[in-house]
Design a protein. Structure first.
Length: 372
């Protein structure tokens, strides 16, 4: 039974240079889109008690607070429901933050990415570093106690020294959660269309700008881990760090391979063993928000593979007893050859196995072996 909800808000004033997500600049469509979302929710939601509700995007902070409230008033929310809204610092004035707090949003995920103004401008972000500081101060003053920031590493012209300064600023803000993302050049992004793979450079305003290579990106990942874990954060998933008790409950549901609702353009969901996705086209979604674009019944083999892939994203790893209860498979026995082959990358926990820090850096190679 799904107890978690993701709602996709696909609107952005402009597209960041690294982004290939489904988003649209047609802000005039927002009221119509909300009505389509309400129709989809009413047609599919079965009144389960919801433990997490997540507004992602796109830019959810472009939506007036009264329309956000209208959406989550459709759900039967648990008293301790984690309600997260992603926002950009330049959208978050005091008035809007107060409205979010008053209607029940209790967790903010702020798209900061970097504190280096040159890099922010290069990446096409609409905000500057001062706006990040102001946003967080205002949110704290209003009473938000669960704040997450995004950090991208491996950006064009970014060095280890620049990243180190960024990390200092993140830490000094006294927030509860940091999501880190190693830059991947997406083919359909602006940078993807202006990227020379052989030179590992992007073209921008007539200049060629170098990107950190794979080795430097790995050094950056290790620097992030060392710095944050020395300052009271712990890595609970490959890309996510939290102070104790502030892990993202919503994202943990994904990594636990549990079911969830996905509503909105391009949203994905997982219900009754079926993974589904909605239309990528906003026109198609607005014309028929009830019809799904794709559905796939997950086979037992696929579910086992997903359990392993998602489980090893978490630093807690795979609980072998739970794995046996679910699938009647002795994990150690079945996968002993992989555990032995990559022994230096695994940690034996009290309940099973997890990838260590070095293992996360080569996790794609290791996890592929579980497919055979």
């Amino acid at each position: 039974m799904p107890t978690n909800v993701y709602i996709h808000i696909p609107f952005c004033k402009s597209k960041c240079k690294y982004c290939s997500f489904i988003s649209f600049p047609y802000l005039e469509l927002i009221p119509r889109y909300i009505n389509s979302l309400l129709e989809e929710i009413k047609n599919n939601y079965q009144k389960e008690k919801i433990k997490t509700l997540y507004f992602g995007g796109g830019t959810p902070s472009l939506i007036p607070s009264e329309l956000i409230e209208k959406l989550f008033s459709e759900f039967n929310l648990d008293n301790n429901c984690e309600i997260t809204l992603e926002l950009n610092p330049d959208d978050a004035d005091n008035k809007y933050l107060k409205e979010l707090r008053n209607i029940g949003i209790n967790r903010l995920s702020i798209g900061s990415q970097s504190f280096n103004d040159s890099i922010l401008k290069l990446a096409g972000r609409r905000h500057n570093s001062k706006q990040i500081f102001d946003c967080i101060k205002n949110a704290k003053d209003i009473g938000f106690e669960n704040i997450s920031l995004d950090l991208i590493y491996g950006l064009p012209s970014q060095t280890l020294e620049i990243l180190e300064k960024d990390l200092e600023k993140f830490i000094n803000l006294d927030i509860q959660h940091i999501s880190t993302y190693g830059l991947k050049i997406e083919e359909n992004s602006y940078w993807g269309k202006n990227y020379n793979k052989d030179e590992n450079k992007i073209s921008y305003n007539g200049k060629k700008i170098s990107l950190p290579n794979d080795d430097i990106q790995a050094d950056m990942y290790e620097l992030i881990n060392k710095t944050l874990e020395n300052k009271g954060f712990y890595r609970y998933e490959i890309s996510n760090f939290a102070k104790q008790g502030y892990e993202s409950k919503h994202n943990l549901n994904y990594w636990d391979n549990a079911e969830y609702y996905g509503f909105g353009v391009s949203a994905h969901g997982y219900i009754d063993g079926i993974r589904y996705s909605n239309y990528d086209s906003i026109e198609k979604y607005l014309n028929n928000s009830i019809k799904r674009d794709f559905e796939h019944k997950i086979s037992l083999d696929e579910k086992i593979e997903e359990e392993i892939f998602l489980g090893f994203r978490k630093t807690a790893g795979i609980n072998t007893q739970e794995f046996y209860k679910k699938y009647n498979i002795n994990f150690e026995k079945k996968y002993q050859h992989i555990l032995n082959k990559y022994a230096e990358y695994f940690t034996k926990t009290k309940v099973g196995y997890a990838l260590n820090l070095q293992g996360t850096l080569v996790s794609n190679n290791i996890l592929c072996e579980f497919l055979n």
